[in-house]
Design a protein around this ligand. Structure first.
Ligand SMILES: Cc1ncc(COP(=O)(O)O)c(C=O)c1O
Length: 396
């Protein structure tokens, strides 16, 4: 028997015979009718199917990112690798996250045709989300600190997104939620959903990709993987995957100044906070973000911002490429771990990430005027790195 279809307020709602708001129970049927509301919206479902297909097809057209070698003296017997996430179509490791967040939001029925997607971001995630919003054809608004680099804002607009600035970075979450409420849109909330939208057991996540690329190396199971934390999602995915696959690799998170992740992790303090925004774009947060999973992390380091800048400058000398400040934060910690291994006479491998390209930050981490303006002196850190790479000893 075909269901009786009642169209209410423009949406196909179907009430089946016996439903409470139909004309009444069928004579001879049970006394209490079965409540049955069918909200199937065939127009929305075909839009959804097409949106998911577009996101999946984009992934299918994309290649994996490279695992590069940072040159170290052969006699050390240690290999340092850089997972180059800057080669994604939107230029950062956030491309993976944005794809996962869009699939999660679409499959949950949260992202709807013509309704804006709104995100609180320090910039990189917003660039990647603007790309996916454009792909599926929904408007996109990025709520960001006013200090976000001009190049990231340009890229968001290039992909058809809008930039909405806040003066106090701590207010961007409420501002994004309020904007979603007012516009009937969806607040993506990367800081809450990054860890659960990403499939940490595999599905070619960043960790699975690293291990498969290391398969033919002399030390295929790294002693350490070093990540940085913005949402905390990348470090959570890597650490969970390592544990799930029963590897002995340990996971270190490098945190910049003006972030509370290090203190919150060290002191087991979920309420840790910081009252200033991070200078290293993309990482370092003023609160313990829900996607940061402290229990999964083995070690953390607090890296001075001037050391992060010295490390990205050293990276350019070593491999001829510029990278963003967060790459320097991770690289500083990875080199410090390599120094420990050299001192202990241990061989093995260490992995860290190139999170995004340096051309987004020419007026920051590559500008001596900016460093001076910020009161940052990278000279002692540059000396530490030069001396370590020449002698194998970490002078700190
Ligand atoms: C440039 C950059 N590096 C590193 C990260 C850290 O990644 P996650 O958010 O997964 O902790 C981010 C996050 O926004 C970022 O933008």
């Amino acid at each position: 028997m075909s269901p009786e279809v009642i169209v209410r307020s423009g949406v196909n709602s179907t009430v089946r015979p016996g439903a409470a708001d139909a004309t009444g129970p069928v004579p001879g049927g049970p006394a209490t009718p079965t409540l049955d509301v069918d909200r199937t919206d065939t127009g929305y479902r075909s839009w959804l199917k097409e949106a998911v297909r577009k996101v999946q097809a984009d992934a299918n057209r994309s290649a994996d990112t490279h695992l590069l070698l940072f040159p170290l003296p052969e006699r050390w017997g240690i290999d340092l690798y850089l997972k180059d996430e800057s080669t994604h179509p939107t230029g950062s490791l956030k491309h993976r996250l944005a794809r996962s967040l869009f699939l999660y939001g679409l499959c949950n029925g949260w992202i709807r045709p013509d309704r804006p997607v709104i995100e609180a971001s320090s910039g990189s995630t917003a660039v990647s989300e603007a790309y996916f919003a454009n792909l599926v054809g929904v408007p996109f608004i990025a709520v960001m600190p006013r200090t976000t680099s001009a190049e990231k804002c340009r890229l968001i607009e290039f992909h058809g997104g809008q930039c909405h600035f806040v003066d106090d970075p701590r207010t961007m979450y409420q501002e994004a939620a309020a904007l979603a409420e007012r516009s009937g849109g969806h607040y993506m909330d990367q800081f809450t959903y990054a860890e659960r939208a990403t499939d940490w057991r595999g599905n070619n996540n960043i960790a699975e990709s690293v291990y498969s690329q290391l398969r033919l190396e002399r030390h295929p199971e790294p002693a350490w993987i070093v990540a940085t934390a913005g949402t905390g999602g990348t470090s959570a995915t890597i650490a969970r995957y390592v544990h799930y696959m029963q590897y002995d690799t340990r996971v270190c998170v490098a945190d910049p100044e003006n972030s509370c992740f290090f203190e919150g992790w060290r002191d087991h303090d979920a309420d840790a906070s910081s009252d200033r925004g991070s200078r290293i774009e993309g990482i370092g947060r003023p609160r313990m973000e829900p996607s940061f999973v402290p229990g999964a992390i083995d070690r953390m380091m607090k890296v001075p911002d001037a050391a992060s800048v010295a490390a990205v400058r050293a990276l350019e000398r070593a491999i001829g490429r510029k990278a963003g400040g967060s790459t320097g934060t991770g690289l500083w910690s990875a080199l410090k771990i390599v120094a420990e291994m050299v001192a202990e006479g241990r061989t093995g491998s260490v992995v860290t990430l190139i999170c995004d390209p340096g051309d987004r930050y020419l007026d920051k981490y590559y500008s001596d005027a900016w460093l001076e303006d910020q009161g940052l002196d990278m000279a002692p850190y540059a000396e530490t790195l030069a001396s370590f790479l020449a002698t194998g000893r970490w002078p700190e």
